[in-house]
Design a binder for this molecule. Structure first.
Ligand SMILES: Cc1cc2nc3c(=O)[nH]c(=O)nc-3n(C[C@H](O)[C@H](O)[C@H](O)COP(=O)(O)OP(=O)(O)OC[C@H]3O[C@@H](n4cnc5c(N)ncnc54)[C@H](O)[C@@H]3O)c2cc1C
Length: 460
């Protein structure tokens, strides 16, 4: 082990490596419910070449490597299940290029959402990227490697759909450009018109390589953003309301949320509708379209728009900080969510399941669902809060989340950012030839099985 430490120091310098117990304690856990596991080393590279050398060393010595952004997936995806090296990417945080006409940015593999947002606000105020509601310190590469979603997901799909090129270090150490940057200087396409190799890395949770650069599509940053809040107590109406809203083809983001606390929310389903415009006239027009489209529910007294005067600032925050408000984080609380991707018509069944599971396991719930690609699917967040000082409660939340995943799979849903247990359930349910294809890819890309082992462990 001391030889490995020495080799890592040779690669990144003394300040970039640690095996001190207090550091290993920190890097052994994430804020979710899964049990921690200690790594042997933490290393923080600064360049792609350093990443390459670390991976080559790990491959030669058969040591696990877990790429880490900010460790906030809540699904334990950077817990080093088999020890080895946690590779903290945060020192690779440069914004390398913004092409304002072609609307893309190229960032290093540890760049945070907040850094890109701030950079664009200062240097390219007419451009924006799809910001998730995760804390600003979370990283762009990690988010696309788990198929994250953000403010523009209703319009343009998963954040990983917005990737416009990648640089990756393969588990065997080769540095590889994916998409248009493999042909010329422009980061305009991750795949088309060639076979799309980005699928070998996106959604793989760091199990097939380390992303060292991400090309990300940018979108117009309109001068005005607005939010409407529609409320109904008729859960059965939610799918058709969402269908009508997406039929308008003009909304930035649509979230449906419900929670039992504070009391005024109990039994109601809130739909937050985000839209943007360059002028007040455009905003007025869009607002009218939204109100007209939901007029029939106001006429039938099944729903109505809620005044948002005091809430507007909180609603329009990016990232939305109220997502975690139901978990008492400052006093040691936390939350974790299972987030199956499923058709919008299943909303009532998922909503009933959240409430049923919360009652069965005696835990507090909150649920925020997000529409994807104009309603082709939806992410149902089934969130439960916990108090870390109460092991029995942690156990109940873990069981409730496991049961939520079983339910989602029975309903034909796909667990999103699945933890290692959910990955196993997914692989067991998967059609065998599809599973074999995954196995072929994993074996060929990572013959020693060093990349984030314990995750996407495919067996024939
Ligand atoms: C309050 C809250 C709200 C949230 N809201 C959202 C939301 O709206 N949308 C959303 O998508 N998520 C959300 N999340 C979940 C999560 O925080 C985000 O998905 C976030 O992008 C994870 O980033 P990270 O840097 O913390 O990832 P990490 O946990 O560090 O990593 C996640 C995965 O990516 C892999 N990885 C990391 N870096 C690399 C790399 N360079 N190359 C290859 N693989 C890599 C890791 O090995 C791991 O498998 C939320 C979380 C919280 C706590």
């Amino acid at each position: 082990m001391s030889d490995i430490l020495k080799s890592l120091i040779d690669i990144v310098g003394e300040k970039g490596v640690s095996n001190a117990p207090e550091e290993l304690w920190f890097y052994s856990r994430d804020p979710g419910v899964l049990a921690p596991h200690r790594p042997d080393f933490v290393v923080a590279p600064k360049t792609t070449e350093q990443v390459q050398k670390i991976v080559q060393l790990a491959n030669r010595e058969k040591i696990p490597v877990v790429p880490m952004g900010n460790g906030m997936s809540l699904a334990g995806l950077v817990i080093p299940l088999k020890g080895g090296i946690v590779m903290d990417m945060k020192r690779m945080n440069k914004i390398l290029e913004v092409n304002p006409m072609a609307r893309y940015a190229v960032v290093e593999g540890g760049t945070s959402q907040g850094a890109l947002k701030a950079y664009l606000e200062e240097h390219h105020p007419r451009l924006r990227h799809s910001i998730p509601d995760s804390p600003s310190v979370t990283t762009i590469a990690a988010n696309v490697s788990l198929h994250g979603q953000g403010r523009l997901t209703n319009q343009y799909g998963f954040n990983s759909d917005m990737v416009s090129g990648l640089e990756v270090v393969l588990p065997t150490g080769e540095i590889c450009l994916i998409g248009s940057p493999s042909i010329g200087p422009y980061w305009i396409s991750k795949g088309p018109t060639m076979p799309d190799l980005s699928g070998l890395f996106l959604g793989w949770l760091g199990c097939t390589g380390v992303i060292t650069k991400v090309g990300l599509k940018l979108y117009p940053n309109k001068k005005i953003r607005e939010a409407e809040l529609f409320v109904t107590d008729r859960v059965d109406l939610i799918p058709e309301i969402l269908y009508k809203l997406t039929d308008l083809e003009l909304l930035e983001d649509i979230n449906v949320w419900f929670q039992p606390k504070p009391f005024m929310f109990l039994g109601n389903y809130q739909i937050t509708i985000f839209y943007t415009g360059s002028t007040e006239a455009e905003i007025d027009f869009k607002r009218k379209m939204i109100w007209d489209c939901l007029q029939e529910y106001m006429d039938s007294k099944d729903g109505g728009f809620m005044g948002t005067y005091y809430m507007k600032e909180a609603l329009l925050q990016m990232p939305g900080r109220n997502v975690a408000a139901f978990a008492d984080v400052p006093r040691g609380g936390g939350f974790e969510y299972s987030g199956p991707i499923a058709p919008i018509e299943h909303f009532p069944q998922y909503a009933a399941k959240v409430v049923e599971l919360a009652a069965k396991y005696d835990v507090l719930y909150a649920s925020t669902a997000r529409l994807i690609s104009g309603g082709h699917s939806m992410m149902y967040s089934i969130s439960f809060a916990f108090n870390r000082n109460d092991p029995a409660m942690m156990d109940r939340v873990e069981k409730a989340l496991d049961e939520a995943t079983v339910f989602a799979l029975e309903m034909g849903g796909i667990p999103w950012k699945p933890n290692f247990k959910e990955q196993k359930m997914l692989l067991e349910k998967m059609e065998p030839n599809a599973r074999n294809l995954l196995l072929m890819i994993k074996k060929n890309l990572d013959p020693q099985g060093i990349m984030n082992p314990g995750n996407w462990e495919v067996n024939s």
